[in-house]
Design a protein around this ligand. Sequence first.
Ligand code: 5GP
Length: 209
Amino acid sequence: MSRIIVVSGFSGSGKGSIIEKLLENNVDIWLSVSDTDRERRNATDRYTFITSDEFQSNLKKGSYIEYNRYGNHFYGSPRKPILEKIKSGYTVLLEIDIWGKRQIEQDLDLKRLEVEIISVFVAIDANTLKSRLLGRGDCENEIQKRMQIAREEARCIGEYDYVLINYELSDTVRRLESMICGKSISSDDFDSDLFREEIVALLGNDGKE
Ligand code: 5GP
């Protein structure tokens, strides 16, 4: 059966590094490269960077299998290459957020192809998240915005098949590989309410609902 692995996680949870390692060891996994109209952050940023006008035009043409607006920018997964790779027998990996995951689960092409969808959420505690975002060099305003979004995302973690708390990269990759190979792995316990309270505390008054 063909498969899509959806990997979501807080921005700064380390999911990019996890995916990089995973791809190094598994040639039958194909990573979908999203379009975005945000600025390039660094040389390892894995997107096709397009203008906002180009994004909106692609959106109108129905070129995206899913898309979302995150902060001030749009991100979308091109439909055509995903369907082609699935038909060629690859396991397709999508690094997208919860709103994208919901669209993937409803997609009629994927239902018709009887694609199995497995979803994984990469989490981390609030303090580690903040220090990773700081270490990445994002500006204060951007960090605040991303932490606010993480607080919202934490509400939805229960919708995922697996939650992996990413304290040790190699361990997280090993567990994800086992899961993809069909071995049973246990999902980590993540206290979303505590995480959300910690984010509010870290944001100070700005974080109050
Ligand atoms: P970043 O700007 O940190 O690279 O990504 C911001 C957020 O957008 C992350 O949560 C990432 O998973 C999500 N994202 C990246 N590409 C896509 C996409 O094509 N679709 C959706 N729905 N989310 C995406």
